[in-house]
Design a protein around this ligand. Structure first.
Ligand SMILES: NC(=O)CC(=O)C(=O)O
Length: 318
């Protein structure tokens, strides 16, 4: 597939992670609450407003394989074709687009269960991204489904009702090229590596680790993906809610290319902010020049064969 390796220059920007709580069985309540929290995040901390707001995985529905078919919405996005928001069938997409437009801030709209428009038997766990004009710029369908069985601890099988996505997705903003994944995708280093080699300086995963894997792996995976690829790395989780079936770990986080944790939420509903400083990105790459020391004569560059889609506001994505 075509790979765009022309990196945009990274500029300073502020990211806000909305660690949403109160995901209830009532979808319209969830959407209203998410909207309110986007508005709160947009107001900023101190005098500085964020340039990009991120929501968690599965923010409009309870997280569980039996819930996906019930809550799924048809989006009907085709890469390469501008999206017509007026005729969108998705109430979540309309809410997110409106919130991005109203706040005039880039929005990574967490993820929602999605029903494929042309094959209604196919459901996906899908992240949608909006420009400050409310344009739907790109979607990412979770590529690696969360099928895990640690007896007596955690068993989850997304593949019972979901299908995995078939492309890697990233998008261009005036301040960075940003790669996307969803939760379990983070366990596959190829995805972050391919994003970084396609010029992403930042990689974002709406996510919802659990109380078994979260304490063990959440921070470690952030720092590993950040240091391996010398990128800013962030996952945004729902808040923990002991009343729901699936208990999320929380601890939404941003890590810099040297592996330093820039910000970390606790486990309750919270908005955390981080400033992305290009100087750290450049000094990490200059001081530890692994990006120029690779030995593709010894092992292949897997990013060359990857299916990559790059969304961009105001023009047709490739
Ligand atoms: N929820 C996920 O997709 C993944 C997860 O909880 C884990 O990898 O651990």
């Amino acid at each position: 597939m075509a790979v765009n390796t022309v990196p945009l220059s990274l500029k300073p920007f502020r990211i806000a992670l909305v660690q949403l709580g109160q995901v209830t069985p009532d979808k319209s309540k969830n959407l209203n609450h998410a909207r309110e929290m986007i508005m709160k995040a947009a107001a900023g901390e101190g005098a500085t407003k964020p340039d990009l707001i991120v929501l968690p995985e599965c923010f409009n529905s309870p997280y569980g394989v039996m819930h996906f078919p019930v809550y799924a919405e048809t989006i009907g996005f085709t890469s390469g074709v501008p999206y017509d928001m007026e005729s969108s069938e998705s109430e979540s997409v309309k809410m997110l687009s409106g919130a991005a437009r109203e706040t005039e801030i880039w929005l990574v709209g967490g993820s929602i269960p999605e029903r494929d428009k042309s094959d209604s038997s196919k459901l996906y766990n899908t992240c949608t991204v909006y420009s400050p004009k409310g344009e739907l710029v790109v979607i990412h369908r979770k590529v690696h489904l969360f099928d895990m069985d640690i007896p007596g601890k955690i068993t989850f099988k997304e593949s019972e009702t979901l299908t995995g996505g078939s492309a890697m997705n990233m998008f261009d903003t005036p301040f960075a090229r940003i790669g996307l994944g969803i939760c379990y995708d983070v366990r596959f280093p190829e995805l972050a590596m391919i994003a970084a080699r396609n010029g992403c300086q930042v990689i974002i995963y709406p996510a919802a680790f659990n109380m078994i894997t979260g304490p063990l792996h959440w921070e470690m995976l952030h720092r590993a993906r950040a240091v391996d690829n010398q990128v800013f790395m962030s996952m945004c989780s729902p808040a923990r809610d002991n009343a729901t079936g699936y208990q999320a770990y929380g601890h939404s986080m941003v890590v810099d290319p040297m592996g330093t944790v820039l910000t970390q939420a606790g486990h309750l509903e919270e908005i955390v902010y981080a400033d992305i400083d290009p100087a750290i990105f450049h000094s990490a790459r200059a001081g530890i020049p692994v990006t120029t020391q690779r030995r593709f004569d010894v092992y292949p560059d897997v990013s060359r064969e990857a299916r990559v889609v790059i969304g961009s506001a105001g023009k047709v994505p490739n």
